[in-house]
Design a protein around this ligand. Structure first.
Ligand SMILES: [Zn+2]
Length: 140
């Protein structure tokens, strides 16, 4: 059997619209994009505000807290770098009005995940240097 080198999954590090988000993750900050005109949050980043058609944005640091909007338990890895993690939990987290961010849920077994569960952000450095935005159940 041939061996293969597994490359780490690389997020949108080179997309200029996402760059402040990933740069923030590297610095352990959850950065959110906000319209300078109407103050609506925007996710994913787009060139124009869906609320007011404004084209000027700022990045603001979120509080890193959220609630599970939905989730899935993966029993097969969608990328070879995740093969040793199955089963793993992917969650979509409500972090601000209009902002739902996808990430792995860490530190809990699949049977304990609940819709609406409070979670806190956790930044996980990967091989290759990038940082993933993950989530962990909030301690009561
Ligand atoms: Zn706007």
């Amino acid at each position: 059997m041939a061996t293969r080198e597994i490359q780490p999954l690389k997020p949108h590090l080179n997309d200029p619209l996402f760059h402040p988000f990933w740069e923030g993750a590297q610095a352990q900050k959850l950065m959110l994009r906000q319209c300078n005109n109407c103050k609506a949050y925007q996710w994913p980043p787009r060139p124009m505000c869906a609320n007011c058609s404004g084209c000027s944005f700022s990045w603001v640091e979120g509080d890193g807290e959220g609630r599970v909007y939905t989730y899935v338990v993966a029993h097969r890895a969608f990328h070879p770098s995740f093969e040793d993690r199955v089963p793993y939990i992917l969650v979509v987290v409500d972090v601000a009005p209009g902002v739902r961010i996808l990430g792995n849920l860490l530190g809990t077994p699949p049977e304990k995940v609940k819709i609406g569960m409070p979670v806190s952000v956790e930044f996980v450095k990967q091989l290759g240097g990038s940082t993933l935005v993950c989530w962990r159940p909030k301690s009561e």
